[in-house]
Design a protein around this ligand. Sequence first.
Ligand SMILES: NC(=O)c1ccc[n+]([C@@H]2O[C@H](COP(=O)([O-])OP(=O)(O)OC[C@H]3O[C@@H](n4cnc5c(N)ncnc54)[C@H](O)[C@@H]3O)[C@@H](O)[C@H]2O)c1
Length: 180
Amino acid sequence: MQRNILITGGAGFIGSHVVRRFVTKYPQYRIINLDVLTYAGNLENLRDVEHASNYTFVKADICDADAVAAAMKEHAIDGIIHLAAESHVDRSISDPMAFVKTNVIGTVTLLNVARESWKGAMEGKRFYHVSTDEVYGSLHDDSLFLETTAYDPQSPYSASKASSDHFVRPMAIPTSCPSC
Ligand SMILES: NC(=O)c1ccc[n+]([C@@H]2O[C@H](COP(=O)([O-])OP(=O)(O)OC[C@H]3O[C@@H](n4cnc5c(N)ncnc54)[C@H](O)[C@@H]3O)[C@@H](O)[C@H]2O)c1
């Protein structure tokens, strides 16, 4: 089955492994890596796949709705794996606004653009949002984290990721929605 998948933050630490995995394991998929290349992004991470016929790099900011919409349209995107983020806890303490911008506003921008681009044709569309265990805070005894564990973010980073999670849940449109 052909799919056109937008991976955000694909030049980062985890994103580059996700991109490589998809490009090499699923040659029938077209992988579009959208990344603004902050200090954390490095295309050297992807030298081995940069010339693959099913791989395209787009330099853009997830907060730029027009740029994301243009990429969605040009590449007929039908799936998104969203990893782009400000991700370093120490930086979030010194510059929390950067985390609000990318992790909250960027995620909501991406959700809005996806919803608009896929309006009326939601069947088969997918939006995967990558969160972090840090939204649950720390365990103080021998218990386990469960999917029902209450959120308890302890840093501006985890607070921004928790916020983005809470936007993804209500904005994700079920494929059975009759008005979609
Ligand atoms: N690294 C971890 O241990 C870890 C653990 C749990 C969850 N996560 C989550 O996994 C995801 C990836 O983490 P990582 O460690 O690879 O992060 P990273 O900081 O290494 O990479 C982030 C990537 O996002 C890009 N980016 C940042 N702002 C952007 C923007 N506005 N528009 C487009 N691209 C932008 C950067 O250029 C970079 O390539 C993040 O969502 C993070 O919260 C990471």
